[in-house]
Design a protein. Structure first.
Length: 197
C-alpha cells in the first residue's frame, strides 16, 4: 500500500520579533524529526511548505534518505499574517473561532474553508504529479492538517480534528483511495518507534 504521510512540524523556536513563517525548528523539534527520519525507508518523495520550520523538517528527512525536498507554496499554514504573532492564550481564542466559523475571516485570518480547499488541492496535485513509486512525505502544519483530516473523514470543519499540542504528529493516508489510516500519531510512535520522554 502506497501512503501519504502528512507531518506537522515539531517544536519551533518562538521569537515574537521574527515573522512566524521564518521561525526555525527548536533543538527538540530537530531531534524529533531526526529520530522519525531514521524509520522512513519507504519514502521516495518529500514535499514541504516554504515556511522555515517545515523546510527544516523536510531537509532533515531528505538528508537521511538522500532526497531533495520539493517546496510547494500552497502547503503553507492558514494565513495569519493579519495578526502576526499572538500570545498563547489570545492565539488559542482566535484559533477556536477560526475552526468554529469556517466561512468567516476571523481577525483577518484566511477563512478555514478557503485554507481547506487550498491544502486539499495542493496535496491531490502533488500526489497526481509524483512519479515515484514509494511513500510520499509532506512536512506541513497542524492547522491545515486539521482541515485535511476533516476532509478525509467527510466531516465538518471543527477544532476536534486538530493535533495534540506541541506538534510533531503524523496523518497516514492510503493511496490511491485517500483513506485515513491513522490520524495524528506522534512521530515517535509511527512505524513502531518507542515514545521518547
Amino acid at each position: 500500500m502506497r501512503q501519504l504521510l502528512f507531518l506537522s512540524h515539531a517544536e519551533v523556536r518562538i521569537d515574537p520579533a521574527v515573522p512566524v513563517p521564518d521561525w526555525p525548528l527548536s533543538d527538540k523539534g530537530r531531534a524529533r524529526h531526526a529520530a522519525f527520519s531514521d524509520r522512513c525507508d519507504g519514502v521516495s518523495a518529500i514535499y514541504c511548505s516554504a515556511e522555515r520550520k517545515a523546510r527544516d523538517g523536510a531537509e532533515i528527512l531528505g538528508d537521511r534518505l538522500g532526497l531533495v525536498p520539493q517546496i510547494v507554496e500552497a502547503l503553507h499554514e492558514n494565513d495569519r499574517s493579519a495578526t502576526g504573532y499572538l500570545p498563547a492564550e489570545e492565539f488559542e481564542t482566535v484559533a477556536d473561532a477560526f475552526f468554529a466559523r469556517p466561512e468567516e475571516s476571523v481577525r483577518g485570518w484566511e477563512r478555514a474553508q478557503d485554507a481547506q480547499a487550498r491544502i486539499v488541492a495542493a496535496l491531490r496535485g502533488l500526489v497526481a504529479a509524483d512519479e515515484t513509486q514509494g511513500d510520499i512525505a509532506v512536512v506541513g502544519h497542524g492547522g491545515v492538517g486539521a482541515l485535511f483530516r476533516a476532509h478525509l473523514l467527510g466531516a465538518p470543519i471543527a477544532r476536534s480534528h486538530d493535533q495534540p499540542a506541541g506538534g510533531g504528529n503524523v496523518l497516514r493516508v492510503s493511496l490511491p483511495g485517500w483513506r485515513l489510516v491513522e490520524g495524528w500519531v506522534p512521530m515517535e510512535r509511527m512505524f513502531g518507534g518507542a515514545p521518547q520522554g
